[in-house]
Design a protein around this ligand. Structure first.
Ligand code: IPE
Ligand code: IPE
Ligand code: MG
Length: 258
């Protein structure tokens, strides 16, 4: 097949329309605490500043035509933090959700929260439910907030569903494939992340989307999350645009549109 005639535009990784702009960006918003400490402020001031950055990132993604933005807000391991910080983070999540949901709805944004929601207090669970219900028919940007989320938990909860189906005879062992497991994971109804960004300098995944990041392009920056502005986001997009995604094939195959 010639380079000019890709077989299928939707899967052609060399097509500028499908390759240059990520459809789905997933971000570990790290560095709030250090941002605050540098200013001799309490850590919570960094989390508050981080909420402002979320607002900017949403606007940026919507203006670019990015389809999905997934944000890691609270990991299943973050319960290990001092009780006071956990409490303040929950409060901040609650007030930000309550305060912003109408605006998100007005901007045609669909909100989805992934993670083990049963660990949250009933008020927060209701807020989450209300935000998801209010925005469920919006067809603009999809905002996924990972809260009390862990990649290992995600795979385990999908496995639990499959195990119970196998035990009841609904499916047989030979039905258990990566494709089946994928259908029970948190982001099953969305495209896989194309670009992963971690701010704050650490180069690790910290139990974020373990399964879903299999072929995601990884981008790490020292910029602390509250400082992650449009220019910083542009830098991440430029880095992404310069990469060749091979999905196991050779570079020559990709150039040939195979
Ligand atoms: C990320 O910032 C926000 C959450 C984990 C909730 P941190 O609070 O981890 O900031 P640093 O890493 O201590 O600077
Ligand atoms: C990852 O950041 C979780 C979130 C940003 C919500 P952490 O700051 O908790 O990660 P570690 O502990 O440094 O790996
Ligand atoms: Mg951190």
């Amino acid at each position: 097949m010639s380079a000019q005639m890709p077989a299928d535009k939707s899967t052609d990784t060399n097509n500028p329309a499908t390759q240059k702009l990520p459809r789905h960006v997933a971000i570990i918003m790290d560095g709030n605490g250090r941002w605050a400490l540098k200013r001799y402020l309490p850590r919570v001031a960094g989390h508050k500043a981080g909420v402002e950055t979320v607002r900017g990132a949403l606007q940026f993604c919507a203006s670019k035509g990015i389809e999905v933005l997934t944000l890691f807000a609270f990991s299943s391991e973050n319960w290990r933090r001092p009780e006071k910080e956990v409490g303040l983070l929950m409060e901040l999540f609650m007030t930000a959700l309550g305060r912003e949901v109408k605006k998100l709805h007005k901007n045609n944004i669909k909100v989805k929260i992934i993670g083990e929601k049963s660990a949250f207090n009933t008020r927060l669970q209701k807020s989450i439910h209300d935000a998801e219900m209010l925005t469920k028919d919006n067809d603009g940007l999809v905002l996924v907030i990972a809260a009390n989320y862990g990649g290992r938990w995600d795979i385990a909860q999908a496995t639990k569903i499959i195990a119970s189906q196998a035990a009841s005879g609904e499916i047989s062992l030979s039905d258990v494939t990566p494709e089946l497991l994928q259908t029970h994971l948190s982001l099953h109804d969305l495209p896989e992340p194309d670009l992963f960004i971690r701010t704050g300098g650490e180069k690790r995944i910290s139990n974020f989307l373990l399964w879903q990041l299999a072929y995601t392009e990884l981008y790490f920056t020292d910029t602390l999350w509250p400082d992650f502005n449009d220019d910083a986001f542009e830098d991440a997009l430029s880095s992404f645009a310069g990469r060749q995604r091979r999905f196991g094939r050779t570079g020559e195959q990709v150039l040939d549109g195979a």
